[in-house]
Design a protein around this ligand. Structure first.
Ligand code: BDP
Length: 684
């Protein structure tokens, strides 16, 4: 086992019976399609069979062969349409596939058939999962289509080689303001991405500095084109984050006014140039008027004006603009309690519904604040029937332990996707909005901030690979359960030992709750050190302009976001959710302090008071973090030495650090409230 390979561990299968049983099937690969993507599939399958089964498959392009695995799109051979009805394929979307066993007389084949070539590659990775999990391949019939059209990753890589909020080393794309040119690493990354169905990557930070602004010039476009070529062979489109004010920096203009003819012309020319290098360029990701980035507000224009200007330039080439909704005033005055950062995105964008061109997609973070351990779902979802939306998650754990702590986020993401917005009555879940179903969006899906870097194991904490894997699998099919995804990842990553599967599963699935227990309570968020966001600092942001408060005083804690006498944020939700959040009685415990300021003695639905809940969860969180270490130690000998030791170190660091969290939070609230712990535990 090698950490570098993540879940694509093609180690030898120890179950010889399984190998013997499938010997003939694995002994030949029949390829009926010559596309680059199918070539990637063939290569992957060939190498994997060789190292997993110890068989070197022969390669053929004859469908009449007796045995073998057939790689084809359904149009590649007339007799494929005999075996598979075209109706079956009509129901698939363009990236879908069917895997089916074909037996006729002594002929035994496994057909891996995509609707188009990318389906063949996805199906191949699916088959490899089955092989690695030693499933029987005799009578397969699998039909798969991705549920989301856009399945994307946003890198926050800077050209100096650093990664904004990166916790696994430096960039694999850039160093010293140049491209690294490390083709092998990028190719392996592309394999990991497409093995979980990712089909788009934006390759630079949303904060586009001076140097990265040049990515769209002849200075760097040849390099971007080389990256795009590597990704293309795995069905992945390349996107760039663009500097909204490029017309000034690159075009020599003195304005970036989106309604200015020269500015528009400048982008039209720029986009033409980009496509001359990269004919299938995906488009732009834009962070405008946010955290000191330039944007249309400077010119008294709105976000539709800004986004549409770029969209018009991209339209003839089929490109799209991801326009981020992370727009808020980061210089607000904390003494003015009528402002509320949580309200900002909705206030800015909702009134513009219907004004965006159809190749603009609004990119909305899952919550209204910023990837906290617990937040409500952004009220923008469902509120803009006439504007394409993608959901933005963060795979990197900026506020959830930075890949030093174990915090497996699939359960959190599932909660977001299953959240009912009630936008058109019951059942208007976020997953049905972002997959385009509810409002017939032209472009929609899910994107996320990447958690990889150039550490040998990609993610720093080896168990953080599960977040990468889980993200891809979940957005391919949001109906998969967290348990299914987790088990799959463990078996592919560590093997099929049932004790390992059971134990690591339970560690992963509990880890989000554990992290929440010893950090910010009941949805209030933050309480982290400012700037780097690692470790506890209860009042770190309390008196800053960034707009992230908890309002703890000697009487109570929480942010009053009610319509009645708070910031009015609850009013941004549809009625059912608005009513639920508005009242202290019906607001779910886990979000109580996000929506309400309550006395420390307020009794939660769980029966305990807020203050006692804070004490209990913080003591419990540390015990649970200790237990993670113990559980992992039990697996010694079952996990290879390097990964065992690496993970153990991180879990020990987490257990230690959880004490710091517990002690700071408990002491802080003990001093504020003057209320003793019912159980008289030691509070420092
Ligand atoms: C915050 C990060 C910041 C990003 C910003 C964003 O702290 O580094 O630039 O989000 O999403 O979470 O633009």
């Amino acid at each position: 086992y090698d950490d570098y390979s993540c879940w694509l561990q093609y180690t030898s299968i120890s179950n010889r019976e399984w190998v013997e049983h499938h010997q003939s099937l694995l002994s030949q690969i029949i390829v009926l399609n010559g596309s680059m993507v199918v070539k990637s599939a063939k290569q992957e399958l060939f190498e994997a069979i060789k190292s997993m089964a110890g068989i070197t498959p022969t390669l053929s392009n004859e469908l009449t062969s007796q045995y073998g695995i057939v790689l084809a799109t359904y149009k590649d051979h007339p007799s494929l349409t005999d075996h598979l009805s075209s109706e079956e394929f009509q129901n698939l979307n363009e990236e879908g596939y069917i895997i089916t066993s074909f037996h006729s007389g002594s002929q035994r084949q496994l057909l891996i058939v995509g609707k188009t070539d990318i389906g063949v590659l996805y199906a191949t990775f699916h088959l490899l999962r089955l092989i690695k999990m030693e499933e029987n391949l005799d009578d397969l019939y699998i039909v798969e289509s991705p549920k989301n059209q856009i399945r994307m990753i946003n890198e926050w890589d800077n050209m100096d080689g650093s990664i904004e909020r990166g916790y696994a080393g430096d960039s694999i794309y850039y160093e010293n303001n140049r491209f690294t040119g490390d083709v092998d690493r990028l190719k392996d990354y592309a394999r990991l991405l497409s093995s979980v169905g990712i089909n788009g990557v934006s390759i630079n930070n949303v904060n586009v500095h001076e140097i990265e602004t040049n990515l769209i010039t002849s200075r760097f476009l040849p390099d971007v084109a080389r990256v795009a070529e590597i990704f293309r062979a795995y069905g992945i489109k390349t996107f760039l984050s663009a500097n909204y004010a490029s017309s000034i920096q690159l075009g020599g203009l003195d304005t970036a006014d989106p309604l200015d003819k020269n500015v528009q012309e400048c982008w039209i020319e720029k986009v033409k140039e980009i496509y001359s290098y990269i004919p299938d360029f995906g488009g732009f990701v834009v962070k405008a008027d946010s955290e000191h980035r330039p944007g249309p507000f400077t010119y008294n224009r709105n976000h539709a004006d800004g986004a549409n200007m770029l969209a018009r330039a991209l339209k003839p080439f089929g490109g799209i603009v991801f326009w981020r909704c992370f727009v808020y005033n980061c210089l607000q005055d904390w003494r003015d309690r009528s402002t509320d950062r949580a309200k900002a995105a909705y206030d800015h964008f909702k009134p513009l519904d219907g004004e965006f061109l159809d190749n603009v997609v609004l990119q909305i973070k899952n919550g209204p604040m910023d990837f906290q351990v617990r937040e409500p779902v952004s009220p923008l979802f469902g509120s803009m029937p006439n504007t394409n939306q993608v959901l933005e998650f963060q795979v990197s754990q900026e506020y959830t332990g930075q890949q030093k702590h174990l915090c497996y986020l699939v359960p959190q993401w599932k909660g977001v996707l299953d959240f009912d917005t009630y936008a058109v009555g019951e059942g208007a879940t976020v997953k049905r909005i972002v997959n385009g179903e509810l409002y017939n969006y032209q472009n929609s899906g899910i994107t996320a901030v990447s958690n990889i870097g150039n550490d040998r194991n990609w993610t720093g904490h080896s168990l953080a690979q599960a977040n990468f894997y889980g993200y891809g699998r979940l957005i391919w099919n949001p109906d998969l359960t967290a348990e299914e995804i987790t088990e799959e990842w463990i078996r592919l990553t560590f093997g099929n030992d049932s004790e390992v599967v059971a134990s690591v599963s339970s560690m992963l699935l509990k880890s989000w709750e554990i992290y929440e227990n010893y950090t910010a309570p009941l949805g209030v968020g933050w309480m982290v050190n400012t700037d780097h966001h690692y470790g506890p600092n209860v009042d770190g942001y309390e008196y800053s302009v960034w707009g992230t408060y908890h309002f703890a005083d000697c009487h109570g804690i929480g942010v009053n976001r009610t319509l009645k006498d708070g910031t009015g944020y609850t009013g941004q939700y549809f009625k059912e959710n608005k009513d639920q959040y508005e009242s202290v009685e019906t607001c779910p415990d886990e979000l109580l302090l996000f929506f309400h300021y309550v006395p420390y003695t307020h009794r939660l639905k769980s029966g305990v008071t807020v203050i006692q809940h804070i004490y209990n969860t913080h003591f419990e969180g540390v015990e649970q973090a200790d237990k993670l270490v113990e559980d992992w130690k039990q697996l010694e000998g079952k996990i290879d030495y390097t990964r065992f030791g690496g993970i153990l170190n991180r879990l020990q660091e987490q257990a230690k650090h959880s004490r710091e969290w517990r002690d700071q939070i408990n002491t802080y609230f003990y001093r504020k409230s003057g209320i003793n712990d019912d159980l008289n535990r030691k509070i420092y």
